[in-house]
Design a protein around this ligand. Structure first.
Ligand code: KIV
Length: 274
């Protein structure tokens, strides 16, 4: 059998992403909400780009993700699409776009592909969401599952808490992962669960698991890009690693601009027209 060479893949899709797990090669996933960021993450070779409903908090400044709308998600997904060549583009189904009715779920999922050019959608929830997920997949739309701490259920959980420490929740998550795989999901996000459970779920399913606060044994990892860049600092979960302190970098540049303008040092002659 030919050796699997992930960096030679021209376009990531549901078939080749599964090969990463088989080959034991970890998958990198980041969120993006705008075109310049999309260009960078695609250039670096990030395999999947998620236009997450976290845009409602980290981009729009809302208190949580719940008020994100379909139109807002479609708008940002279409923008990110323009910056991607290789990465698989995931549109995140916002709160109440799929929970109430399976047909409505399929119609809304279809908008991500038709209007925004997404390759697939992500749906929060476990066993209870299987009818909606089946309907979406039956319509020909690949689905990434998302279990554990599902932020759209923040009020039900009473906050952003680690899930799966209690035996009954652990059992529910194990069964949900299996049901999502059986329903045809091509991968599953595992959010804020004990590492040992992240490992167990990863070993129990054939499809790739993508962890965020789910330990190092998942088949891949996802972070919210503004968190890992140190751009958005209002919410700092334990699992975030800051690869940069972008807020400080930007603040320094803005201070320099203000000072140059105040002192008459900007613009210079070379920055002016003759
Ligand atoms: O909305 C989002 O960005 C997400 C990730 C945190 C997985 O769901």
């Amino acid at each position: 059998m030919a050796e699997f060479e992930p960096d030679k893949i021209e376009k990531i899709n549901v078939r080749n992403i599964k090969k990463f797990k088989k080959a034991g090669i970890k998958i990198s996933v980041l969120t993006a909400y705008d075109y310049p960021t999309a260009l960078i993450v695609d250039k670096v070779g990030i395999e999947m780009v998620l236009v997450g409903d976290t845009l409602n908090t980290v981009f729009c400044g809302c208190e949580n993700n719940l008020s994100a709308t379909m139109d807002q998600m479609i708008y940002h997904t279409a923008i990110v699409k323009r910056g991607l060549k290789r990465a698989m583009l995931i549109g995140d189904m916002p709160f109440m776009s799929f929970q109430a009715d399976a047909n409505e779920a399929a119609r809304n999922a279809g908008r991500f592909l038709k209007e925004a050019g997404a390759d697939c959608v992500k749906v929060e929830g476990g066993i209870e969401m299987i009818p909606a997920i089946r309907k979406i997949i039956d319509a020909g739309i690949p689905v990434m599952g998302h279990i554990g701490l599902t932020p759209q259920s923040v009020h039900r959980f009473g906050g952003y808490v680690v899930r799966g420490r209690k035996p009954e929740v652990r059992q529910y998550l194990l069964e949900s992962a299996k049901s999502l795989e059986d329903a045809g999901c091509f991968s599953i996000v595992l959010e804020s669960i004990p590492s040992i459970l992240g490992k167990e779920i990863t070993q129990n399913v054939q499809i790739p698991t993508i962890g965020i606060g789910a330990g190092s044994d998942c088949d891949g990892q996802v972070l919210v890009i503004y968190d890992m860049l140190g751009f958005y600092k209002n919410f700092l979960p334990k699992y975030v690693r800051h690869y940069e302190n972008l807020a400080n970098v930007i603040e320094k540049a803005v201070r320099s601009f203000k000072s140059d303008v105040r002192n008459g040092e900007f613009p210079s002659e070379t920055e002016s027209y003759s």
